[in-house]
Design a protein around this ligand. Structure first.
Ligand SMILES: NC(=O)c1ccc[n+]([C@@H]2O[C@H](COP(=O)([O-])OP(=O)(O)OC[C@H]3O[C@@H](n4cnc5c(N)ncnc54)[C@H](O)[C@@H]3O)[C@@H](O)[C@H]2O)c1
Length: 335
């Protein structure tokens, strides 16, 4: 007996269907023409949508979208006790947000709350190790009872061991993944459901330029920061493609700073400081708040790196590496 392959059996089934179909040859041809026109129209609509979006984005380069109000939002910031977390908290508080400051370090966190209150802002302090999933769930309940539903979550807390991979301990590698990426997932599982119920919210995730390009002395850190961008892109699609409910009211923003002077990067090396200057946490926080208020999906700080990276990615891999060698910037190992 002859063996029937999958393809030929499929063709055979289609042929049978055509033979049994209750339409004439002319009707069959008309059907094919109709299907062809429908597909051509679909492609045309797709082309128009893509072109219109592209033109809209170009227009927004010149006329950026209006910043939204955060007045009345309950904004939870992890790692609010220092650096960019603190500065971002201060700015959102000035704009009328109620800030939920979360940090493992109670002293720094209290300082942030005090600074916000000195400026007549609203802030609450909660101590939590964001790597502890159980503690996060307890924290979520506490915040719900004492403050209300969190409407904006800024996943900012991060750590950065900076040394060659073979000198990085297992403990340091695990801790990097626990704080820089797993905590984002635990916090999303705790705070996203209430945003989904109301179709209102904003998730902000701190990635890094080390999540866009690989850098020496930062192998585990880069892995975590690339992962943050992957997490956010997949989450965006999960919300966008939901068949049952509209989640377009939940916005996502990924932040990719280069080097910010918070003490996290202890030995920065910059060949052309005027081109790639080390930013203050205040400057970085201005960009973060601006990006969130304009609902940008992803930004780099400084913004020029976004375009440099996009252009470089269009070239063969060796080309941007030459540019990287020429710029000769990065981080020396921490001692
Ligand atoms: N500083 C930079 O140059 C730079 C560049 C790119 C990206 N980033 C990222 O931006 C974010 C903020 O960086 P920064 O420089 O402001 O950091 P920072 O060190 O100044 O502050 C980090 C805060 O996170 C808190 N924290 C650390 N582990 C925690 C935990 N397990 N639970 C709760 N809180 C914890 C710390 O106590 C601290 O208050 C980080 O995710 C970092 O990776 C920083």
């Amino acid at each position: 007996m002859a063996t029937v392959t999958g393809e030929s059996s499929k063709n055979g089934a289609a042929q049978n269907l055509m033979e049994k179909a209750p339409w004439t040859d002319e009707q069959g041809i008309a059907m094919k023409v109709y299907n062809g026109i429908a597909l051509a129209l679909e492609i045309l609509v797709l082309y128009i949508k893509m072109t219109a979006t592209w033109l809209h984005c170009l227009y927004q380069l010149v006329v950026p979208p209006e910043p939204k109000s955060v007045n009345g939002e309950i904004i939870m910031i992890t790692g609010a006790g220092h650096g960019m977390g603190r500065e971002t908290a201060l700015r959102f508080a000035r704009l009328g947000g109620t800030i939920v400051c979360v940090d493992i370090n109670p002293t720094g966190n209290q300082e942030t709350v005090d600074l916000i209150k000195e400026q007549k802002g609203k802030a609450h302090r909660f101590e939590c190790d964001v790597t502890d999933r159980e503690a996060i769930n307890v924290l979520a309940e506490k915040i719900r009872r004492e403050v209300g539903e969190v409407t904006m979550l800024v996943n900012n807390a991060g750590i950065m061991p900076c040394k060659p991979l073979l000198q990085t301990s297992e403990k340091e590698i695990r801790a990097s993944f626990e704080v820089n990426i797993l905590a984002h997932l635990w916090l999303l599982q705790a705070f996203l459901p209430s945003m989904m119920e109301r179709n209102h919210g904003h998730i902000v995730a701190m990635s890094s330029m080390a999540g866009v390009v690989g850098l020496r002395n930062l192998v585990p850190y880069c892995a975590t920061k690339f992962a943050v961008r992957g997490l956010m892109e997949a989450l965006h699609e999960e919300l966008r493609e939901d068949k049952l409910k509209d989640y377009s009211g939940i916005k996502l923003t990924v932040i990719c700073p280069y080097i910010v002077d918070t003490g996290l990067c202890k030995n920065p090396k910059i060949k052309f400081p005027s081109l790639m200057k080390i930013l203050t946490p205040q400057e970085a926080a201005d960009s973060i708040v601006d990006a969130v208020r304009r609902n940008y999906y992803e930004i780099t700080i400084p913004s020029s790196l976004y375009y440099i990276n996009m252009i470089c990615r269009a070239f063969p891999r060796a080309v941007p590496l030459y540019l990287k060698d020429f710029l000769d910037s990065g981080l020396e190992a921490h001692t």
